[in-house]
Ligand binder design. Sequence first.
Ligand code: GDP
Length: 365
Amino acid sequence: MVTHVIGTAGHVDHGKSTLVAALTGIHPDRLKEEQEREMTIDLGFAWLTLPNGESVGIVDVPGHRDFIENMLAGVGGIDAALLVIAADEGIMPQTREHLIILDLLGVERGIVVLSKIDLVDDPEWLDLIESDIRHALQGTTLQNAPIVRVSANTRAGLDILLETLEHLLADTPSRPDLGKPRLPIDRVFSISGFGTVVTGTLIDGCLNLGDEIEILPKGLKGRIRGLQTHKKKTPYAQPGSRTAVNISGIEVKQIQRGDVLTLPGLYQPTQRLDARCRLIPDAHAPLQHNSEVKVFVGSSEVLARVRVLGTEAIHPGEEGWLQLETYSPLVVSRGDRFILRRPSPGETIGGGIVLEPHPQKRYRR
Ligand code: GDP
């Protein structure tokens, strides 16, 4: 049973995929072969086994998804992040961007993996890079994250990394069962002989074989014909699990990424929500009242108009309240984290938390 989900972050080529392969023994090609052999569904994640036997999902099978999608896969955020930084290069622009996103999403647990240490002979260089990293982490949610030196090639430090991860996850609460299951859909496909299958990370409740389900925002009704979590078929899925759901009564072409699978009557889609938001210090411009942004929440990505409350703009590095009027319906809950990007050029400018998914009041001025 997978109880926790972690994600990798870090600059391109700093060794994320190689590390995941070294930790899990799962290579993308092998995964595919195995799946074909075992007829199981690619859930878009790998898993590793901690020294205590716990199975931990990693939402990053190499090459699978882009970073923000990965980080949002658990909606409330992943349980912990591995921020991978290559020892020969140190902090790079994407390292900083990912660190900011982790901070905006409120990811409070993480390990900095100083990778490729086999490429560096000089211990003083490693100390220097580490102090650089400490400096960059200051003021972020990962400020006290341990730094572990590893080489995926020689496997040096991998045991220590697993022990550190076990320690970190030991006091991480498992995802709550609020009796309101929702699965933000990240992939839709059909399997011959089975029909429609959707995948995502299940949150806020359980799903059972035979359940009547609803897919929002369209309100499509169907039934759960099959469930798979981890690598196994199962009669029920628990919050926090990467899950594949085989649905009867709904066609593949009726569903799209960003839709939410839930039980009938639990959630109402919304096109207006109140939120608290923080702009990153490096944002190139203030977030102006009435400007347009792209909102990433769950597996959805929608355009929205920003109504800034009480002031004309939120400035870089500042926090504020806003109302988002989305151009298409979203299914969100109080407390969901989101990321804001400018539509073009695609710049991550901030993020926040949903305060009210169905506000009475409309802030248009
Ligand atoms: P990603 O883009 O962060 O997923 O990086 P990759 O895992 O694809 O690695 C980028 C390159 O670094 C590849 O050529 C890897 O073979 C190499 N690499 C990864 N880990 C190590 C390591 O521990 N030692 C050395 N010497 N090279 C590594």
